[in-house]
Each structure stands twice: as structure tokens, then as C-alpha cells.
Design a protein around this ligand. Structure first.
Ligand code: ZN
Ligand code: ZN
Length: 254
């Protein structure tokens, strides 16, 4: 079975401390078949100044150099795009230089621009939860990308009951299955108070029940210590939830 992690931030995202050389060396030691570096490229105003620390062109050049330096591992150049469907035109312009090998699209903000990807209080109301899942549904319907990032990320710090949103979740799963978008199984929740996979295990089981097989495993590491620390545990849990799961890997371009 392939050992992959396709959601990792290097220090080219300001919220990460990971030196890419140290990351790649750790991945080689950990016998990874492939890792994906997915730095943030966000257009939303509050993130613009903090997340995009280098231009996309420079990012591509740096990734090319790293690939040449470490031929013993498959390094994949990805990008994590927030609220992709809101900023398609802007992203098309950025990616006209080069389309990343794969794109994770994620929702980090509610419609009113409330940031739900960081710790917050109080819990989301049912109405806010529905807003969140509806935004994910709009994004998977309106944008073209490879991996749906961390569905349910707002539940990383505080357990929420999302039974009010099962209809929306089903619509999201139906859409990504039809479009061939992979569901990310994000295990950053293992390092947070809820100590569980994102989406929650019962939601992953629902995806499997609906015929979903294609997944991408992501640690969403922002510190080197979190990379590879719980990969085995995540994989075991995934094997129980989706026995016939298939790991997403972009086609080799060179
Ligand atoms: Zn994210
Ligand atoms: Zn991320």
C-alpha cells in the first residue's frame, strides 16, 4: 500500500514552521512513496497579507529545485486554495503560470467571513453549520479541483453534532464521487482536543456507504513533529471505515 501525505505546509505559508528540506529528509526516512507540499494561496482579504509569503512563481521554482535535489522520493507540488469558488478568476490568473500538480480546495470562513479554521467560541449554531456545509457544496459544484480539504474542520477543537447537515453532507459526497474529487481524510484532529479524524469517522462511513472510495490522507502539518507522527493510526482507522479505499495520487508529469 502506498504511503502518502498530501497536505503539508512548509514555511512558505506563514502559519507553518516546516523547513522543506527537513520535511523531505524525514519523509525519506519514513519510507513515504509521495508527499505533497500544499502551501496556502488565498485571495480572501484577511489572509492575503499573512498567507502568501512568496509569489506563486517563486514557489514553483523552489519546488522544482527541491524535486531535482531529492530524486529518491516523489515530491508533489500542490496548493491549498481557500474558498476557491469565490476566487476562480483570480486563481486562474495565478495558475496561468503553471497549474499545480494538484489542488486542495478548503473552506476556512463562513459567508460572513467568520474564521472557523482556528479555535473559536462559542460553538457554531445549526444555522452556521448549514452555512459551512452549503459553502462546501457550492465549492464542489462550481470549482474544478482534486481534493476536498478537511470537511468539518470547525469540529477540530469542540465536538459538534452535525445531524442537522446530513442532507448537505450527502449532496457533497454525491457530487465529489460523480466528479472524481477525492475526500481528504485529515488527521490534524488527532493533535487537537477532539482527537479524531476530520471528517469524523461516522461521516467517513457515510461517504463509504454512498460508494465513496477515493481519499487523500493529509496530516495538515504546520510543525515537523506532527508529520508522520500518527500516519499509521490514521491508516488503520481508514482501513476499518473504507475497506476498499483508493488513494488519490496526481499523474506523474515528468
Ligand atoms: Zn486548510
Ligand atoms: Zn492546510
Amino acid at each position: 500500500m502506498l504511503k502518502t501525505d498530501l497536505h503539508i505546509h512548509s514555511f512558505y505559508s506563514t502559519d507553518s514552521k516546516i523547513n522543506p528540506d527537513e520535511l523531505i529528509e524525514k519523509a525519506i526516512k519514513g519510507n513515504y512513496d509521495a508527499i505533497g507540499i500544499t502551501d496556502h494561496f488565498d485571495i480572501i482579504a484577511s489572509e492575503l497579507s499573512t498567507h502568501n509569503v512568496i509569489t506563486f512563481e517563486n514557489y514553483c521554482n523552489i519546488m522544482d529545485k527541491l524535486k531535482a535535489k531529492y530524486p529518491q522520493i516523489r515530491l508533489i507540488q500542490g496548493a491549498e486554495v481557500g474558498e476557491y469558488h469565490w476566487f476562480k478568476a483570480e486563481m486562474d490568473k495565478i495558475f496561468s503560470f503553471r497549474v499545480p500538480e494538484f489542488i486542495i480546495a478548503s473552506i476556512h470562513f463562513l459567508s460572513d467571513r467568520f474564521n472557523i479554521s482556528v479555535q473559536f467560541e462559542p460553538m457554531l449554531t445549526d444555522e452556521q453549520q448549514r452555512d459551512y456545509y452549503k459553502l462546501n457544496l457550492d465549492m464542489v459544484e462550481e470549482a474544478e479541483f482534486d481534493v476536498l480539504g478537511h470537511l468539518g474542520i470547525f469540529k477540530r477543537y469542540t465536538v459538534h453534532d452535525s445531524s442537522c447537515c446530513v442532507d448537505l453532507m450527502k449532496d457533497i459526497f454525491r457530487t465529489i464521487i460523480a466528479k472524481g474529487i477525492a475526500l481528504e481524510i485529515n488527521y490534524s484532529g488527532y493533535n487537537k482536543p477532539v482527537n479524531r479524524l476530520i471528517p469524523y469517522p461516522e461521516e467517513i462511513a457515510l461517504y463509504a456507504e454512498m460508494g465513496g472510495k477515493l481519499i487523500s490522507i493529509g496530516s495538515d502539518s504546520h510543525q515537523l513533529v506532527h508529520f508522520d507522527s500518527q500516519h499509521k493510526r490514521a491508516l488503520q482507522e481508514i482501513e476499518n471505515l473504507i475497506p476498499d479505499y483508493k488513494i488519490f495520487l496526481p499523474k506523474e508529469t515528468r
